[in-house]
Design a binder for this molecule. Structure first.
Ligand code: GLV
Length: 326
């Protein structure tokens, strides 16, 4: 008998077809966002689940779903997983690293550019019919080329952003991370390790690319924003909650920093109302990895993890491989 799996959100039809070759599949092509209780109900009798960042897998759910063996996230971030609880329950977790690195780094750079050069603000102005003449300082922003790029979190995506900054935009690249990169990687990225304080004080453009954890909550709040240059921009493509959105909106209003670009929000898809009222912020709906080839590669890798583990006994990108070897 084929193993049974749940695909918890809508997915590419060809990925569903692939999964159906190996599994009894319950799919959610209507893309209903289930409550935790509905998700538990849907998971009864399922050995695997294809998740996105919007399904929380925690001890309560695991206790109620004793057949579950693997949760395959179609995302590189996995803060929707309680990894310790999954390991304790003997449930394998997988994510989708590498396949989205360059696409996400492109978007990070797009947001840096859009924020520094006030693209969203000026487009809104034009669409509103307010462009009546040229003016010497109209939507004058800040330079990206030759400026100082600060990167907080220097994993694969941080490094890909650093390479773009150092080699494409002639930027001085500084970073802060839990651990220092090896010398060869630092040199390939053209990046120098600094303290968090130095990063805040020296960056012309600061981009956040660190994973979310409870310890990372509000890594950037009022105190950190106050340490930044008044001309600086801040971009968050990491996770909501890493920035204190209310403090950021206040800082943008008061001119503590010049502008921000945000792809992720605390409590998304809800956005802090204060952010919606400040003009100098570019807001996008968590789309940093959203190109068709990359989203397809992510879905393929999540599917390969399910097939690899439940059919062939080996997942491609396990997060808690000790579950298998235990
Ligand atoms: C997107 O946010 C991801 O983690 O892949």
């Amino acid at each position: 008998m084929k193993p049974s799996i749940l695909v918890a959100r809508a997915v590419f039809p060809q990925i569903l077809t692939l999964l159906e070759q190996h599994f009894e599949v319950t799919a959610n092509q209507d893309d209903t966002v289930w409550t935790p209780a509905e998700l538990i109900q849907q998971l009864q009798g399922k050995q695997g689940v294809f998740t996105t960042g919007s399904q929380r897998i925690d001890a309560q759910l695991l206790a109620a779903c004793p057949d579950l063996k693997i949760c395959a996230n179609m995302a590189v971030g996995y803060n929707n997983f309680d990894l310790n609880a999954m390991t304790a329950a003997g449930v394998l977790a997988t994510n989708t690293p590498d396949v989205l690195t360059e696409t996400t780094a492109d978007f990070g750079f797009a947001l840096i550019m859009a924020t520094a050069r006030r693209m969203a603000e000026s487009e809104r102005f034009l669409r509103a019919g307010l462009w009546t003449s040229w003016r010497y300082d109209m939507f004058a922003g800040s330079d990206v080329y030759g400026s100082t790029l600060g990167i907080l979190g220097m994993g694969r995506i941080g490094q890909a952003i650093a390479r773009r900054g150092a080699h494409g935009f002639g930027m001085k690249v500084i970073y802060h991370n839990r651990s220092r990169l090896d010398a060869a990687t630092e040199s390939a990225c053209g990046a120098t390790l600094v303290s968090k304080q130095e990063l805040l004080a020296q960056s012309d453009h600061l981009i956040l690319v660190l994973p979310y954890s409870p310890e990372a909550h509000h890594t950037i709040g009022a105190a950190e924003l106050a340490q930044m240059k008044p001309t600086a921009t801040l971009v968050n493509i990491a996770r909501g909650g890493i920035v204190d959105d209310a403090a950021l909106a206040a800082a943008l209003k008061q001119g503590t920093i010049a502008a921000a670009g945000l792809d992720v929000f605390d409590g998304e898809p809800n956005v802090h109302p204060d952010l919606l009222t400040v003009p100098n912020v570019v807001l996008t709906p968590h789309i940093a990895s959203a190109t068709m080839p990359t989203r397809l590669a992510m879905a393929q890798l999540a599917a390969d993890n399910l097939i690899g583990f439940l059919v062939n006994g080996k997942a491609m990108t396990p997060l808690n491989p000790q579950v298998v070897t235990a």
